[in-house]
Design a binder for this molecule. Structure first.
Ligand code: NAD
Ligand code: SER
Length: 317
């Protein structure tokens, strides 16, 4: 199927890889990359169209959509959980305002929209283990508040206006192409850089803190699968629980040690990010995504660790 896809926030951790994945799938000229700043990511900026686009500016979004005859928006621009606690007003304005603007343009021009929610949409009163698809969501962070509201807004635009909205609740994403943008799960990326460079890492998340995680190739696959899924089979549309693994820092450290035997893991816990992590699930139940659109991850922790170390070492880290 031919598509004209606009990505917002495309120079972040997900967008850097999702843009290239979409260009490989749908053709370079059919995938318009955009971000509020032009960061030094030549692969993305030079392989197809790139626009400077602030998602808090609705007119600018509409102009880019018209210019390229866009029919699909992959809306990634957001402030993540840890930065959101430092700058809650900014997080509210970008996460809520940006999504509202994208949905309004989608309503006017009948676009398909993908928006990622997060494990951050859950809170301390959510069941912690095998967290169900439909459950209590009372998050305690501004990030979480915007994610739950965003899930509801996407449902609303579908039921009220017929906009083809779709989305997943991503767990912490682990990747080697771009660094994460200021979240609570970032320790699970930083640990690899330090393991290679220093053979040691001090985790800001405490021993015994389980969180769901996923390797980026599976995240890219999830987006494509959900966007191509038969709408008649979707009981849910937005905010599907998806996961690939759940671990705590010691387990990740032990897996890294299999490849770097003198690696040592210590702890220097950050109380702000630890409180966020403590309020999130230990493990998600993603059976609805499996049943409704065939979701299944390929990478477990062992496969992810092996590939991360190989890819980072090949990059010269
Ligand atoms: P990121 O922080 O790495 O990237 C976000 C990008 O948005 C940045 O390039 C930034 O420049 C851009 N941006 C910021 N303000 C903007 C604005 N006003 N207009 C346009 N662009 C703007 O984030 P990410 O990890 O790539 O996350 C993308 C989406 O996925 C977010 O909605 C996030 O909540 C969600 N998500 C990410 C993870 C993860 O582990 N990375 C997990 C769950 C959900
Ligand atoms: N990785 C993200 C964060 O920690 C999860 O949404 O903010």
């Amino acid at each position: 199927m031919s598509k004209k896809i606009l990505l917002t926030g495309c120079l972040g951790q997900i967008g850097t890889e999702l843009t290239m994945h979409m260009r490989r799938t749908y053709g370079n000229d059919n995938v318009i990359a955009s971000d509020i700043v032009k960061k030094d990511v030549p692969e993305v900026i030079e392989s197809g169209p790139f626009e400077l686009l602030d998602v808090t500016d609705p007119k600018a979004i509409a102009e880019v959509v018209d210019k390229y005859k866009v029919d699909t928006v992959l809306h990634l621009a957001a402030i993540l959980s840890a930065v959101g606690e430092q700058k809650p007003t900014l997080a509210y304005n970008i996460n809520m305002g940006g999504l509202f603007n994208v949905l309004e343009v989608a309503r006017e021009k009948q676009l398909q929209v993908f928006t990622p929610s997060s494990i951050g949409s859950f809170g301390a009163s959510t069941p912690k283990d095998h967290t169900p698809q439909d459950t209590l969501q009372r998050p305690s962070t501004m990030y979480g508040v915007t994610k739950v509201a965003g899930e509801l807004l996407c449902d609303y635009y579908h039921t009220r206006f017929g906009v083809d909205t779709r989305g997943v609740r991503f767990p912490g994403l682990i990747s080697y192409a771009a660094l994460p943008g200021g979240g609570t799960t970032d320790y699970a990326v930083h640990i690899f850089y330090e393991a290679i460079k220093k053979h040691s890492y001090a985790s800001f998340i405490a021993q015994g803190t389980y969180m769901d995680m996923m390797y980026m190739p599976d995240a890219l696959k999830a987006v494509t699968m959900l966007m191509e899924a038969d709408p008649d089979k979707l009981v849910h549309r937005n905010a599907f629980n998806v996961t690939a693994m759940s671990f705590e820092p010691d387990q990740l450290g032990a897996e890294i040690k299999k490849h770097i035997p003198d690696f040592t893991l210590t702890y220097d816990v950050d109380p702000v990010r630890q409180a966020i992590a403590d309020s999130w699930p230990n493990s998600l139940d993603d059976s609805c995504a499996r049943a409704e659109w065939g979701w299944a991850p390929e990478y477990d922790m062992a496969a992810m660790v092996k590939d991360m170390l190989e890819k980072l070492q090949a990059k010269g880290i």
